[in-house]
Design a protein around this ligand. Sequence first.
Ligand code: ADP
Ligand code: GN1
Ligand code: MG
Length: 365
Amino acid sequence: MSHEMKHDLKKVSAAFEIAGDFIHAEPYGSGHINDTYAASFSQGGTPVRYIFQRINHNIFKTPPALMENIERVTSHQQKKLASAGDASRKALSLIKTRCGRAYSNDDEGNYWRSYIFVEKAKTYDIIETPDQAFQAARAFGEFQKTLVDLPGGRLLETIPDFHNTPKRYAALEEAIQRDVKNRAAECKAEIEFTMKRKEVAGLLIDMCAKGEIPERITHNDTKLNNVMIDDTTNEGICVIDLDTVMPGLVHYDFGDLVRTSTSPAAEDEKDLSKVKMQMNMFEGLIKGYLESAGAFLTPREKEYLPFAGKLITLEIGVRFLTDFLMGDVYFKTKRPEHNLDRCRTQFKLVQSIGEQEDKMASFIR
Ligand code: ADP
Ligand code: GN1
Ligand code: MG
């Protein structure tokens, strides 16, 4: 799958409270940030799988605090699901270490965590049907709804200013100016594209600063492959990848669904003619999201949902472009132009959303 076997999972997993004998482990999934493995253990002769993840501590600077967020969030979810008699596959369950902690350290300074493997479900990198769009958006809306009454103080910001689009622009401008890899000449058109759209970058965070839309607890990385879809019922059953759950705006959550669940092309597709916002998928997203989140969203929040898709797609394009200029230091890449290819699909999608914004807005109304 996505990355080679860089770690000794037998050794890593020995720190966790898991019964049975280690059988084997393999790299798993197609995330851009953490190192994820699926490991099997023989429990009474039956192989049982667990997820293991090395937290990318270059990106997440305070793994212990991040894990405290995740413990708070998952135990709140579990409590609510238990009272509804339905906990097992509908929220992530952390496996504790043998000393009772939520994470373990290895000799190289890495932080590891483990989750129960959600079986008979999978994640999709590319959307296939409007029902999947409905299911994914319903699940993320439900996730937000569950966290409306999370007890305790404000969650830690695991990456400060994560969806501060103006700051993402500032980082891009610095990367253009420094041009450490002499790549700016190669992406003149993309740089121009971003600069033409700079004035929309602060729209949502400015509204929030003025009190027009509220801060809530949001997921902040709601790409389609961060929700597990049940193999038999096709239901969006479990929201995963909780590293960026923190205070935020619902728009960046809904928007990232538009970014990742309306186009039939991969995020790194080279044939840009395949990239487009498909209205039937958008309609699925809106119906699913409003089914679970509709009751707590304000009219103003709803009004800006179509714009949200365009804004975050622009923001993620800006981040891919920045990383390309910086020499691919943030996102995992498999080829020298990988980040530039990703940036180009994002900008094509921004354009496609722009052309259909009126239709999108009238659908919501
Ligand atoms: P990243 O931050 O690198 O994207 P994720 O937490 O999203 O890491 O995990 C990567 C992939 O591993 C997911 O897309 C999913 O396919 C799989 N995965 C993660 N957690 C689980 C789980 N508890 N059960 C089954 N599969 C999982
Ligand atoms: C990363 O971890 P993953 O692959 O789900 C990134 C997101 C981007 C996404 C682009 C912590 O998500 O912000 O939108 O790649 N996560 C982080 O595909 O930066
Ligand atoms: Mg992920």
